[in-house]
Design a protein around this ligand. Structure first.
Ligand SMILES: O=C(O)CCC(=O)C(=O)O
Length: 294
C-alpha cells in the first residue's frame, strides 16, 4: 500500500492495495450479486423447526432463523476470536491476509484476519456454540440421524475492503466432501447487511447436485454459471443464523462499508457419513470428466 494511502487515515488502512484490485472488487459486487431481493421467510427460533420446516429445507436448501445465539454467547464468541487473534488463546488456526509480523496493534490483527478455524479443540467458548444443544437437535432433525461436527470456522469480513467469498458449494471443498448430505450453519456475530457482505443464496440450487468448481478468484463456481437473477440476500441480526445445504450455491460480496461483518460457520454431517472417494469427488465437483472450461 502506498504511503499516501496509508496517510489518508484509518478508514483506508485496510483497503485495496491497488486501484485495479478495488475496481475488480466493485465490479464483482455490482454484477455478481443482487442487492434488491431478500429472503422473505424466517423462523423465530430453532424450536420452530418441525416436519413442515424439514420438508421446506429439503425443497429450498435453507432455513433462516432469527434468534439462535443470545447476547452473552455473541459477546463470548467475539471475545474468544479476539483472544485467538491476539495470542491469548492458542492452538486455533488463523488465515491472515497480511504478513503477521507486520501487524503491531490488536486492531490491525483483527482487521487483517480473514478466517479463524479448527478452534473447537482449543477454545471452549466456541466449542460451546458448535455443540449448542438446539443446533445439534435441529441438525439431527434435518439429517434424520445424529449429527457430527465436521468443520468449524469463523469468517471475518473487515470494513473497507473485506474480500468477496465467490459463489460456491461447501461440499466442493475437500474437507466437506462426504458421501452423505452436509449442512452448514452460518451465525452472524455482527449485523450482517446488504452493505457489509451478508450471505447470498440461490434457493433450490442444491437440487442440481454437485457442479464443477474452478480456481478463479477462489475455488468457486464459474461466474457465468451463477444464477444471479435468482440470488436472494440474507441479512441477519447478530445471533441470527442461516442453515443451508452443503450443495446450495452461495457467496458473499466484498464489504465496502465502515462496518465489521464477523460470523461463525459450523458444518455437520450424519454420524454415519464417510469421506467421498476421490473419483466421485472429481465427477461431482471438477471438470475432469467433461473438460468444460470456465
Ligand atoms: O462468511 C463468508 O463471507 C462466506 C462464508 C462461506 O460461504 C464459506 O466460507 O464457505
Amino acid at each position: 500500500m502506498s504511503e499516501s494511502r496509508r496517510k489518508e487515515g484509518k478508514r483506508t488502512l485496510y483497503s485495496y492495495d491497488t486501484p485495479e484490485e478495488e475496481r475488480l472488487a466493485r465490479y464483482v459486487h455490482d454484477t455478481m450479486y443482487r442487492h434488491d431481493a431478500l429472503v422473505d421467510h424466517r423462523l423465530a427460533s430453532l424450536s420452530d423447526i418441525g416436519e413442515q420446516q424439514v420438508k421446506q429445507y429439503w425443497e429450498k436448501g435453507f432455513l433462516v432463523i432469527e434468534n439462535v445465539l443470545n447476547d452473552r454467547s455473541i459477546e463470548q464468541s467475539v471475545e474468544a476470536l479476539m483472544d485467538i487473534l491476539n495470542g491469548r488463546s492458542v492452538g486455533s488456526k488463523v488465515q491472515w491476509v497480511k504478513p503477521v509480523q507486520e501487524l503491531t496493534t490488536e486492531e490491525e490483527r483483527e482487521l487483517s484476519a480473514r478466517k479463524v478455524y479448527n478452534y473447537i479443540d482449543h477454545e471452549p467458548r466456541l466449542k460451546a456454540i458448535a455443540y449448542h444443544e438446539g443446533i445439534l437437535q435441529a441438525m439431527g432433525l434435518l439429517l434424520g440421524e445424529q449429527a457430527k461436527v465436521v468443520q468449524d470456522q469463523a469468517i471475518l469480513k473487515p470494513p473497507s475492503g473485506g474480500a468477496e467469498k465467490p459463489w460456491h458449494q461447501d461440499m466442493a471443498y475437500g474437507n466437506l466432501s462426504y458421501d452423505k448430505p452436509v449442512i452448514g450453519i452460518w451465525l452472524a456475530l455482527d449485523p450482517a447487511d446488504l452493505d457489509n457482505g451478508c450471505m447470498h443464496i440461490v434457493p433450490g440450487s442444491h437440487q442440481d447436485g454437485g457442479v464443477p468448481h474452478y480456481a478463479v478468484r477462489d475455488w468457486q463456481l464459474c461466474d457465468r454459471n451463477v444464477r444471479v437473477d435468482r440470488d436472494l440476500a440474507v441479512p441477519l441480526k447478530p445471533g441470527g443464523a442461516l442453515i443451508f445445504s452443503g450443495l446450495l450455491h452461495h457467496g458473499t460480496p466484498p464489504n465496502f462499508s465502515a462496518k465489521r461483518r464477523r460470523a461463525l460457520q459450523i458444518h455437520y454431517a450424519p454420524e454415519s457419513a464417510v469421506k467421498m472417494l476421490p473419483g466421485e469427488y472429481k465427477r461431482m465437483f471438477t471438470n475432469e470428466m467433461t473438460g468444460a472450461e470456465c
